[in-house]
Ligand binder design. Structure first.
Ligand code: BGC
Length: 414
């Protein structure tokens, strides 16, 4: 196998996804389930941040922060809205984005599946269909043939481990019932036996989805490598920093194995592992330990722990053994001053483990804009820029300047 050509410079970027930012992906499964009843989505994404049209404005913001990378998804539903039919206009739009990134010195990091898939694919049972991996590999091939000469890295799947992780304590039983009810309603509305989604799964199908997603990753990775040997390809995982106090070691190790084990072993054959960290979980003898009352919390109610990123990265590298791309890291916060403190503190910890020798090839902050935060709609904000919901005008937050300053002083060194 040809050795992957890792980016020459450390990648400093922001991460985004098509459904959450571009909006308007009418042929996507998620758009379909946002509009049925019952649904678990508080509102539909609609045109999201309008980035399908306003992408040049977004690149201006990225350039203004002095970043050299942009992670975005190429939406399968846009490229192949009906099975076997490739939309040339969508490909041309991604061409323009990729070319403009390259012209500005911004390395494109492309995600092939950021939770969403085409409606036609969901109607077939999604990843559970026996041909799913082949179909996805076909899409990976289209993308790599077209853009493989200009993109820096390919992330096949975004967080295929997320449903399993959510099942480990994040979601109450009622939430799983609501998801199952939505999938039943979607199946009836679409007139099929099983309408399925990659990210909102039934509890009794988690095992089957994991096995299917693993096959899909392997097939897409092979397609990318066949078309473009040397182009780094991997997947990204949702990784909490799982730590233990005395007596919690067994719980921590169990959580690590269940949530990440198979994926980190799979990544041993990849070119990098994408790590996405948003929280730390403390395991004690009786399960998760509640953070002390004085600890600041994010908008999702979890403790804000800047050290968690370094912990997650160190752990993933220790098992996968390949270079790490921090493909997402961020904070849900109404109060941007929290984000302003969080970014420098987390990056300082990342510096420390890199100095210890953990190979990290880039850091992509989640996210450029306040965007569509899935089931929570637009109310939960992770952005470095505000977006006026009526005009879609973007306004930088102080945290965008904080990230820019942190990056500027490190770019000199790395
Ligand atoms: C996902 C993003 C999401 C972010 C914040 C990650 O799980 O990849 O799509 O918006 O976390 O919740």
């Amino acid at each position: 196998m040809t050795r992957a050509l890792m980016p020459e410079h450390f990648l400093w970027g922001v991460a985004s996804s098509g459904h959450q930012t571009d909006g308007g992906d009418d042929a996507a499964d998620t758009t379909f389930v946002e509009h049925i009843q019952p649904t678990v989505f508080v509102e539909p994404a609609g045109s999201a941040c309008g980035s399908w049209e306003r992408w040049r404005d977004d690149l201006d913001l990225i350039s203004a922060m002095g970043l050299n990378a942009f992670r975005f998804s190429m939406e399968w539903a846009r490229v192949e809205p009906s099975r076997g039919e490739i939309d040339e206009a969508a490909l041309a739009r991604y061409d323009a984005l990729v070319d403009e990134c390259v012209a500005r010195g911004i390395a494109p990091v492309v995600t092939l599946s950021h939770f969403t898939a085409p409606h036609w694919f969901a109607r077939e049972g999604s990843w559970l269909h026996p041909d799913a991996a082949d179909w996805f590999a076909g899409f990976a091939r289209v993308v790599t043939e077209r853009y493989g000469d200009r993109v820096a890295m390919i992330v096949t799947l975004n967080e295929p481990n997320l449903p399993r992780q959510l099942a480990g304590g994040f979601l109450p039983t009622e939430a799983w019932t609501a998801i199952a009810d939505m999938l039943s309603a979607a199946s009836s509305a679409a007139g099929v036996a099983q309408y399925r989604l990659g990210n909102l799964q039934r509890l009794d199908e988690l095992d089957a989805f994991e096995a299917a997603l693993e096959r899909a990753h392997i097939a897409a990775r092979a397609a990318v490598r066949q078309v473009r040997p040397g182009l780094p390809v991997g997947l990204s995982l949702a990784v909490a920093d799982e730590v233990a106090i005395a007596g919690g070691e067994g719980g921590r190790d169990h959580a690590r194995e269940v949530n990440y084990g198979r994926w980190l072993r799979l990544a041993q054959e990849d070119d990098f592992i994408g790590v996405q960290n948003y929280e730390q979980i403390v395991h004690g003898p009786d399960g998760w330990v509640e953070p002390p009352p004085h600890i600041e919390r994010n908008a999702g109610g979890m403790a804000i722990v800047p050290e968690s990123l370094a912990g997650a990265v160190r752990y993933c590298h220790s098992i996968a053994g390949v270079p790490v791309l921090v493909s997402e890291h961020g904070l849900a916060a109404e109060d941007d001053t929290q984000r302003c403190r969080f970014i420098p503190a987390a990056l300082a910890c990342l510096d420390d483990i890199m100095a210890e020798g953990v190979p990290v090839v880039g850091y992509c902050h989640w996210t450029l804009l306040d965007n569509f935060e899935w089931i929570f709609g637009f109310e939960r904000r992770f952005g470095l820029h505000e977006v006026d919901r009526d005009t879609l005008a973007r306004t930088p937050k102080a945290s965008s300047r904080v990230l820019a300053a942190e990056v500027a002083r490190r770019m000199v060194r790395r």
